[in-house]
Design a protein around this ligand. Structure first.
Ligand code: C5P
Length: 206
């Protein structure tokens, strides 16, 4: 079974992905980490975030074990990730890694922006997870403020809007709702309620 979970930033898709992967004992790939790691490595090495050839090299040789999760989770890493994610050479360099993970024997669960449309259009279950931008901003702000105490809610919401726009308008593999995806709006849902909806969507195809 292949489960594809896409959606907007801070919509709850990551948490839903973790919970479903555990419930169905599926290996899980958080594909946002690949773009975040590419961006963080570029920033460290002084490679410009629009240098397609330089970024392609980084993406092709990515070793996730070299990154600390806390370095990948910052607001700066997320913003830079969405900048490198518009570059077709980067997406192409990361494609095989994701595709082979998706098609491994025994199934897999991947979460990202283009899993149901590009990486695994053949997925058995596709979810699109979203929530209104104010709610997402509040959730992301609560996460960030622990290690970026100066960050304001207004700034987080502003950055989310910019990120949504960039992810949805890029030419190559824009964040998009697959025609056969089940929509989950988490604005007014607790995590448990959102996970229940996701489980119901999986059970419907089992
Ligand atoms: O999901 P996360 O916030 O970690 O993703 C960071 C950025 O990586 C997104 O804003 C998006 O630009 C990019 N991304 C992508 N395709 C994916 C996963 C993430 O373009 N499958």
């Amino acid at each position: 079974m292949i489960i594809a979970i896409d959606g907007t930033t801070a919509s709850g898709k990551g948490t839903i992905a973790k919970r479903l992967a555990a419930k169905y004992a599926l290996p899980h790939m958080d594909t946002g980490c690949l773009y975040r790691a590419t961006a963080v490595a570029a920033l460290k090495q002084g490679i410009a975030l629009n240098d397609a050839a330089g970024l392609q090299q980084i993406a092709m040789n990515l070793d996730l074990s070299k990154f600390r999760d806390s370095d990948l989770r910052t607001g700066e890493a997320g913003k830079a990730a969405s900048q490198v994610a518009v570059i077709p050479e980067v997406r192409q360099a990361l494609f095989e890694l994701q595709r082979s993970f998706a098609t491994q024997a025994g199934g897999a669960l991947l979460d990202g922006r283009d899993i149901g449309t590009v990486i695994a259009p053949d997925a058995d279950v596709k979810l699109w997870v979203d929530a209104n931008v104010e709610q997402r901003g509040y959730r992301r702000w609560k996460e960030l403020v622990g290690f970026e105490p100066d960050v304001t809610l207004e700034e987080v919401i502003k950055q989310l809007r910019i990120r949504d726009e960039r992810d949805q308008s890029r030419k190559d593999a824009p964040a998009a709702i697959a025609s056969d995806a089940v929509l989950i709006d988490t604005t007014d849902l607790t995590i448990d309620a959102a996970v229940e909806k996701a489980i119901a969507a999986v059970e419907a195809v089992l």
